[in-house]
Design a protein around this ligand. Structure first.
Ligand code: DP6
Length: 326
């Protein structure tokens, strides 16, 4: 009753921002991401009749009650599916910088979902697995697949049509992502809290929903044609709109710091000089820059000159979830 899995992080080009169901984690809008090779989580799950509760070890340290409680809530869904009634030990190693904006919940829940369903004796399709991962953290459903991935929001209240689908594989289009770290501070407003507040109070939210739908269509078309400029313009505009919604909430909040703006302005300046790249930002102050292989090094060198840049992690498009023999 033991299994080990690895899953990679992903970065959304069209963002998931807002839920229509908090418990099942069903999104208001469809989203689109690329899975990254550089950051991943490895998780081992063993179900054991001898255990008196669930145990969760993260990076070789036992997690506190709150974190373990979240794992238990997720494992309960797997136990229900598998008709299993014993506790588990979960050991996770995160190969993801813990700094703000490098989503580890995506790789974390994708790896946990894969390891726990296998350890529980279930044999699920990748689509079913993505539905299970979704119930841990929405963005995790996209990390089941490598390459370019769409999370189709679905319509059904029970979530049976809300899952990720692969749209272009890892080797079909070589894009690069520079993850620019400007601060190691942990984020003030968790994405889960931020998106809830936005749905409930931001007058800009309806505009976001309408725009996200048409930007998703444009992004898919750009991917189908490997049209970098169109994809880049679309993903940057989408990130800006997501962040704009947070300015209208009650109370208002924002994820950007002045350092974030400096990186954004530098990308625009470099673009004006002919070095084409586009930025996107998640629920934190760090910036991800999407570029093509031929400009990656020059861009990285230019960005490293900025005083506010602490680290640059250069990523390629990565694979989906995999099992590791134990
Ligand atoms: C801004 O997937 O972390 O990164 O479903 O509440 O766990 P929960 O949220 P999460 O949100 C990710 C938000 C985002 C955009 C994205 O990845 O699509």
């Amino acid at each position: 009753m033991k299994a080990k899995a690895r899953a990679h992080t992903n970065i959304a080009l069209i963002k998931y921002w807002g839920k229509r169901d908090e418990e099942l984690i069903l999104p208001m809008n469809s989203s689109l991401s690329i899975t990254l090779d550089r950051f991943f989580t490895e998780t081992t799950v063993s179900f054991d009749q001898q255990l008196d509760r669930d145990y969760f070890w993260l990076n070789n340290q036992e997690a506190d009650q709150l974190e373990t409680g979240k794992i238990t809530a997720f494992l309960n869904k797997v136990r229900t599916l598998a008709k299993l009634n014993c506790f588990a030990k979960v050991e996770s190693i995160n190969h993801v910088p813990t700094a703000a904006g490098f989503a580890s919940s995506a790789s974390g829940y994708a790896a946990l979902a894969a390891a726990s369903v296998k350890a529980a004796g279930l044999s699920l399709s990748l689509r079913e697995l993505s539905q299970v991962a979704r119930q841990g953290s929405g963005s995790a459903c996209r990390s089941i697949y490598g390459g370019f991935v769409e999370w189709q929001k679905g319509e059904n209240p029970d979530g049976t049509d809300s899952y990720a689908v692969p749209i272009l594989d890892q080797d079909s289009w070589d894009l690069r992502v520079l993850s620019i770290e400007v601060t190691k501070e942990t984020k003030q407003v968790l994405s889960r809290v931020g998106m809830k507040q936005t749905v409930e109070t931001s007058p800009f939210y309806q505009g976001w929903l309408a725009a996200a739908e048409s930007e998703l269509r444009t992004a898919k078309q750009a991917i189908a044609n490997c049209d970098f400029s169109l994809l880049g313009q679309t993903l940057e505009a989408n990130a800006l709109k997501m962040h704009a919604t947070t300015l209208g909430t009650d109370p208002p909040f924002r994820y950007w710091k002045s350092e974030t703006m400096q990186v954004m302005e530098e990308i625009e300046a470099l673009r004006a000089q002919g070095l084409e790249s586009y930025f996107t930002i998640d629920a934190g102050p760090n910036v991800k820059v999407v570029c093509q292989p031929e400009t990656e090094q020059e861009l990285s060198k230019a960005l490293a000159q900025l005083k506010v840049v602490q680290n640059i992690y250069s990523c390629r498009i990565g694979p989906g979830v995999s099992y590791i023999a134990i």
